[in-house]
Design a protein. Structure first.
Length: 242
């Protein structure tokens, strides 16, 4: 019997190669899934709505404050058809594809298209380090721009700004005043608040929401939206799969 067709490993910088090595075992037509579950959308302009989450395993980044490190090295291989069926079986009109970093796995692109074809509103949460240009235009992209104190600012793929649609969203996670100053300067330099929905949130135990709101008001960036990671207030902050 012939070997199943292997998916080529994603192109990542040398320091990230070991982080994506698990994907070498995933054949074309399959995905490495960390978890699939129903919850409420905690962030973005869709916050508060019921949402089916499809969390893909593995990430090539290592943000120092990452709250999903459990997705780095644990996942179950599933065919794309099985992932699609499981996501649709949750019977929720809103589906979020998240990770880890979902765009590391090539089958996620047709999966998102198939979910759109099935009538779902599809959100994609991505780190901003991967090329988003091949994402189905019906998908709402929620893209991070990594601030300096994440440790991953150097991975920001600035060309993605040219591929985002006016209906897409850019998220800044703020871990310090330095991060806020960087985010505000980046928003102004690229007029991001005139082009996309811009969201700022704070790292849960590093910046207090009242501090972030103070910085926002002082900046007069009137179109920028503060958000809290809602699920950290609904459930215990360390609860997973919610
Ligand atoms: S990109 Fe997302 S999943 Fe990856 S390390 Fe950063 S926060 Fe965690």
């Amino acid at each position: 019997m012939s070997e199943p067709l292997r998916t080529p490993l994603p192109d990542v910088p040398p320091e990230a190669r070991a982080r994506v090595a698990m994907l070498a075992d995933v054949p074309a037509g399959e995905l490495l899934i960390h978890e699939l579950y129903l919850s409420v959308q905690g962030e973005s302009t869709f916050a508060g709505l019921p949402c089916a989450f499809v969390r893909l395993a593995v990430c090539d980044s290592r943000c120092v404050w990452c709250d999903t490190p459990h997705a780095f090295a644990r996942g179950t291989r599933m065919t794309r058809a099985a992932v699609r069926a499981a996501a649709l079986a949750l019977a929720c009109p809103l589906v979020e594809i998240t990770g880890g970093e979902p765009l590391l796995q090539p089958d996620v692109f047709p999966l998102m298209t198939e979910l759109c074809d099935a009538g779902r509103t599809v959100l994609l949460e991505t780190s901003g380090a991967r090329d988003i240009s091949a994402v189905d235009p019906r998908v709402h992209v929620i893209m991070d721009l990594k601030c300096p104190d994440s440790g991953e600012e150097y991975r920001n793929r600035w060309a993605n700004l040219g591929a985002l649609k006016p209906t897409d969203e850019i998220k800044f996670v703020i871990a310090s005043r330095r991060d806020w100053d960087w985010a505000a300067a980046t928003i102004r330099a690229h007029k991001l608040d005139e082009r996309f929905a811009c969201l700022v949130s704070c790292v849960f135990d590093r910046v207090k929401p009242v501090e972030l709101v103070g910085w926002l008001l002082e900046s007069a960036l009137w179109r920028v939206r503060t958000q809290l990671q809602m699920h950290k207030y609904i459930w215990e902050p360390t609860t997973r799969g919610v």
